[in-house]
Design a protein around this ligand. Structure first.
Ligand SMILES: [Zn+2]
Length: 107
């Protein structure tokens, strides 16, 4: 049983490191595009979301058309896209909630 707990800890640590790496990479790309194009933040965030959708399509297509990958992922477009949308909403709403807390704290 302890082995399962340690394995879970390893997975959580690995996921936390991956989350931070992705956040850093996307933030760097976001800042670079904002500074070099003059586009507004929401336009650039829309481009980032489109890029995620395009990456999803490419990777899912590769898994559907070619079962050589050992990871075992079987793409299911609707639930997969709903999961991606939920992930965006969850993170974005945490930020929004913090802003409300800040405003409420000043009242
Ligand atoms: Zn795979």
């Amino acid at each position: 049983m302890q082995f399962k707990g340690e394995y879970k800890d390893v997975l959580e640590t690995r996921e936390a490191m991956a989350r931070e790496k992705m956040r850093h990479a996307v933030l760097c790309a976001f800042c670079h595009v904002v500074q070099t194009t003059g586009l507004k933040p929401m336009a650039v965030l829309g481009l980032a979301a489109s890029a995620i959708g395009a990456i999803y399509k490419d990777v899912a297509t590769a898994h559907i058309c070619n079962d050589d990958c050992p990871c075992g992922w079987e793409p299911q477009t609707d639930p997969d896209i709903e999961a991606l949308q939920r992930a965006i909403a969850m993170e974005a709403k945490q930020y929004t909630d913090l802003r409300w807390l800040k405003v409420a704290g000043k009242a």
